[in-house]
Design a protein around this ligand. Structure first.
Ligand code: ADP
Ligand code: ZN
Length: 721
């Protein structure tokens, strides 16, 4: 190649042409450094005919500076990047960025210095040194990362290095991972499990595109089944990607993986240490990382020999990214499998309606596991009508639920209470003047957190200490908490079951792997009687002594304008119910509700999943909602309200008038103020036949807005706030 076209990582420029200097070996996909004015940019060499750019005369081309010592991005990945950019109306460079690990990873191997405790006590002890000694037990990382971990300054740690309390360790950045062993501990599968596993194994051998929907009830052993496919990929020297919806679930997964394959898998998520990130990325591109487990960001990495993708808990909405590139990792995983010509398994006990529909249409092959493993029965689900059996004043748990919990406690069994609301109370007001605590940056009430004694916004993180007096009228001791959060439920449990050992499981308390590991170990050992948690406890866990699940407020999810609210509620409650009775003892579920007549609640009570999906399918069909029609959202925001409104109006005013597309809005978004930005939304409802993305591009591209205005497109949106 004499001249090349680059996809450069500079959103404003996008594509630039360069000359290849004599002797430089370049391929499509090579990652290179190029001059840009006085600076340098990172770029990927792309097929020129696939990127639009003005043809620059030969004589004007500047030479590339350097090729980075990493394998070129494979062709399938380049096609995936293009597809994603096109489908989600995102810039190519913003998508391609997700494929690259870090600048350090691109620079090559070598060594780095990390630090760890030596065991020597400092002769001079200060509070900071004591805190660092405590926080850094068993840790090894760079000074900067350790400082962050221990919440002390880097200076304090450097002082400790000088005093011999911390020591440097030279770490080989590219040291290999110990190999996973496909036959380390092969389980005895049930007949149904074996059939499912055989199908997956055959698909892995075939190395052809094959999308599967693994639809198995909670506790049916879906993981065991797809592990057999993972094992086969390992035997064939292929790489496997397993996507999990949240990091909180990985602890559990890591343990099971290690039990099955003898070593832990390779982790990929946003809070990896820089050296781990670099090592993992490099092993991935070299084809040496065998099994990578990660959150959605692991999807775009440049695997050299991908042989299988698994999306576990595939119905989870956290696979949809709501900022930056607004893609759905579940859907893009299927597209990636198509480009890579490999099987992809979407596993869930409560598949998304969209996935069910694709299975029905024959696009996905559905593999069912209708029974729990080992003869465990699905739990009994009962409705507790709060209108007929109200809790006591100022309480949230109905007497019957409390009685059942007492019984479990007496028998040494566990109960789980589920309420999807963090904090103590969702609203705090002044009893005297009615003042409500609201976030100054968002359209949201501040949520009281008793442990931290603060009022916090769950959207932007704004926090204030709980004041002694009302800021409006000045009355002291007049603040009242309205409604329950999990912390308040924990208080109530302490009151009605004072002898019970409880655990509060929310993203506030379980914010690191150690905390999660400790909770799981205690729960498994029977050292916890009552678990109180948010959606964090709904899936993944297997506690044999857990025999009662109480859903504190089943109506909570049905509020709000989410078009998938009923489906979400169904999934959440079915999943949390699935935690009960997984061992030998049968489980029972009590659902507290004020709307027992709601279709989703009665479907849950009757265990009639098919009826729920049928009813939901019909209402979606009537509304032209996914999967029958398509949605897209345009979100216009600015710090200046008038500016945002006028931009939104300009968009609304130029909306195309098409028979297969309906444009609604602009209207103020439900979260009209978010992180200090005023927001307006337009919603587009299109027929499946409509050329949605093309129309959007042609509509929005000619429009110009003031600098402070942001216009985001959300294709197949999940969040309607
Ligand atoms: P799911 O993901 O479908 O809810 P899991 O894969 O978590 O189910 O399996 C439920 C429990 O049953 C797990 O503790 C798992 O180890 C166990 N289990 C499932 N299948 C087998 C098997 N074939 N042999 C031994 N244990 C199994
Ligand atoms: Zn806020």
């Amino acid at each position: 190649m004499k001249r090349v076209r680059l996809l450069v990582f500079n959103a404003a420029l996008g594509v630039l042409d360069y000359r290849v200097p004599e002797g430089m070996a370049i391929e499509y996909g090579s990652v290179v450094i190029a001059p840009l004015g006085p600076r340098q940019v990172l770029g990927i060499v792309w097929e020129p005919e696939r990127l639009n750019a003005q043809d620059v005369p030969e004589s004007k081309l500047r030479p590339l500076l350097e090729v980075l010592p990493v394998p070129p991005l494979p062709e399938q990945l380049r096609r995936l990047i293009e597809w994603t950019s096109d489908y989600y109306c995102a810039s190519l460079s913003s998508v391609a960025r997700m494929a690259l690990g870090s600048m350090a990873a691109l620079r090559g191997g070598g060594t780095t210095t990390e630090y760890r405790l030596t065991g020597v006590e400092p002769t001079r002890m200060t509070p900071q040194r004591a805190a660092a000694l405590d926080a850094l037990q068993g840790e090894q990382a760079s000074i900067r990362e350790l400082a962050e971990l221990a919440s002390v300054s880097e200076g304090v740690l450097r002082g400790m290095v000088g005093a011999g309390v911390l020591e440097p360790v030279t770490v080989d950045l590219d040291r290999p991972y110990p190999p996973a062993r496909p036959d380390f501990a092969v389980p005895q599968l049930s007949e149904a499990q074996q059939a499912a596993a055989d199908t997956f194994v055959a698909a892995v051998r075939e190395h052809a595109f094959a999308p599967f929907l693994l639809d198995g009830v909670t506790g049916s052993g879906k993981t065991e089944c797809y592990f057999e496919a993972v094992a086969e990929a390992l035997r064939l020297g292929k790489q496997v990607l397993v996507l999990l919806p949240e990091i909180a679930l990985t602890e559990n997964f890591l343990r099971r993986f290690e039990q099955r394959f003898g070593v832990p898998p390779i982790l990929w998520h946003s809070s990896l240490k820089s050296s781990e990130r670099r090592r993992a990325w490099r092993a991935i591109v070299q084809g040496e990382a065998q099994v990578v487990v990660g959150a959605r960001s692991a999807l775009f990495l440049p695997y050299a020999r991908l042989g299988l993708i698994v999306v576990d808990e595939a119905h989870e909405i956290s696979f949809k990214q709501d900022d930056g590139v607004r893609y759905n990792a579940r859907d893009v995983a299927v597209i990636r499998a198509k480009f890579e010509r490999i099987p992809v398994v979407l596993a869930s006990a409560t598949p998304a309606l969209e996935s069910m529909q694709l299975a029905e249409a024959g696009v996905y092959r559905k593999i069912e596991l209708p029974d729990r493993f080992g003869g465990a029965m699905l739990p009994d689900i009962e409705i507790l009508d709060l209108r007929k059996e109200p809790p006591e004043r100022g309480h949230w748990l109905a007497p019957r639920l409390v009685a059942e919990m007492k019984e479990r406690l007496a028998r040494g069994e566990q109960s789980l209470l589920f309420l999807n609301r963090r904090g103590y109370a969702p609203l705090t007001l002044c009893r005297h003047c009615g003042y409500r605590f609201q976030c100054p940056n968002c359209t949201a009430w501040l949520v009281e957190h008793r442990f931290s004694r603060r009022l916090a916004c769950h959207h932007c993180g704004h926090e204030v200490p709980v004041p002694d007096a009302c800021p409006e009228c000045g009355t002291a001791d007049c603040l009242v908490a309205c409604g329950p959060g999990v912390e308040r439920i924990a208080d109530e449990v302490a009151e009605v079951l004072p002898e019970a050992r409880t655990a509060l499981v929310t993203s506030d308390t379980m914010n690191n792997p150690e905390a999660i590991g400790e909770f799981v170990a205690k729960a498994e050992a029977g050292a916890i009687d009552v678990i109180i948690g948010t959606q964090l406890v709904t899936k993944g866990y297997h506690f044999p002594e857990l025999t009662l699940v109480g859903v504190v407020d089943a109506d909570l999810g049905l509020e709000g304008g989410d078009l998938r609210a009923a489906e979400r509620t169904y999934q959440q409650i079915a999943q949390v119910a699935g935690r009960a009775g997984r061992g030998e003892k049968p489980g029972e579920v009590l659902i507290q509700t004020r709307h027992p007549e709601a279709a989703v609640i009665s479907a849950l009570a009757n265990g009639d999943r098919d009826a729920f999906y049928a009813a939901e399918t019909e209402s979606r069909r009537d509304a032209g909602a996914p999967p029958f029609g398509r949605w897209a959202a345009i979100i216009v925001s600015s710090e200046d309200q008038a500016e945002a409104l006028s931009a939104a109006r300009a968009i609304g005013g130029t909306a195309p008038n098409l028979p297969d597309m309906l444009v609604l809005g602009p209207a103020p978004a439900p979260l009209a103020l978010l992180r200090g930005r005023h927001r307006f939304r337009l919603l587009i409802n299109a027929r499946r036949s409509a050329e949605l993305q093309k129309t959007l591009r042609e509509w929005l591209e000619p429009l110009e807005f003031p600098r402070g205005v942001r216009v985001n497109i959300d294709i197949d949106p999940y969040s309607f706030v």
